[in-house]
Design a protein around this ligand. Structure first.
Ligand code: FPP
Length: 247
């Protein structure tokens, strides 16, 4: 558990990027145009995160539920993902940003899987900055997959059933190598977490902004980080305990 007390700079910010469709609708444009603008925001936010000093940024780019959208929107999103990976490779290398993923990426189209593998391999040794894309991700499937992997490990004698604890079990989640998000942001005025990192966000501070994702920029990220800085993280303790320096 990270230390208690006043929150300073979040190490890990997770974002539910919402509002692309409404942004497009307000302008009489097709939904995909909103997603296209959303991709530009992704680049802006990754750059802004580095400028602010946020080491991990996780973006909810495609949920397990998103497959149920109209098929042209799904294929449009996959096309944008492919485009983003091709375009951003040199930029990620230049800025020494490591790309990682969470979610069932093995179910994504083959071309997207190929591009992902290429970018992940090319950036795997960068230690400082991390962009995590949640792709074909949902907390419930992640937990079901982890429970299965954990059961297999117990059956193989790799884990002992009596050692079950959050520390042990969380090693089977997609996020095993990532710190828990300190701050969760959702854009577009919705106040839900929608099956996103439900266990990992157990103690995350949450900031909801009415700004639609295509309009979100460095100032909005900074303002969420400033809001985070005004929060007190207590992890179940009292303010008095924290003031007294309890860990
Ligand atoms: C939510 O907006 C957004 C998504 C379901 C997809 C997010 C995808 C991108 C920003 C582009 C692809 C990402 C990368 C990393 C290349 P919505 O469509 O639900 O908006 P609405 O609620 O206004 O309809």
């Amino acid at each position: 558990m990270p230390s208690t007390g006043p929150a300073i700079l979040p190490q890990h910010v997770a974002i539910i990027m919402d509002g692309n469709g409404r942004w497009a609708k307000q302008r009489g444009l097709p939904r995909l145009e909103g997603h296209r603008r959303g991709v530009e925001t992704v680049r802006t936010v990754v750059d802004a995160a580095r400028a602010i000093g946020i080491r991990y940024i996780t973006l909810y780019a495609f949920s397990v539920e998103n497959w149920s959208r109209p098929s042209d929107e799904v294929s449009g999103l996959m096309g944008l993902l492919d485009f983003f990976l091709k375009r951003e490779l040199s930029n990620l290398i230049k800025n020494r940003v490591r790309l990682r993923t969470i979610g069932r990426t093995g179910e994504l189209p083959a071309n997207v899987q190929r591009e992902l593998a290429r970018v992940i391999e090319a950036t795997k040794d960068f230690p400082d900055w991390n962009l995590v894309l949640a792709l074909n991700y949902g907390s419930r499937t992640e937990v079901a997959d982890a429970a299965r992997a954990y059961a297999v490990a117990v059956a193989n004698g790799k884990e002992k059933l009596e050692d079950n604890s959050w520390e042990t079990f969380s090693r089977y989640l997609d996020t095993a190598d990532l710190p828990e998000p300190d701050l969760l942001i959702r854009t577009s005025g919705e106040h839900r977490v929608s099956n996103f990192m439900l266990l990992q966000c157990a103690y995350s501070e949450m900031v909801f902004t009415p700004t639609l994702w295509p309009d979100f920029g460095q100032a909005d990220l900074q303002s969420a980080v400033d809001e985070y800085g005004r929060r007190e993280r207590r992890y179940g303790l009292t303010t008095e305990q924290i003031k007294a320096g309890a860990k």
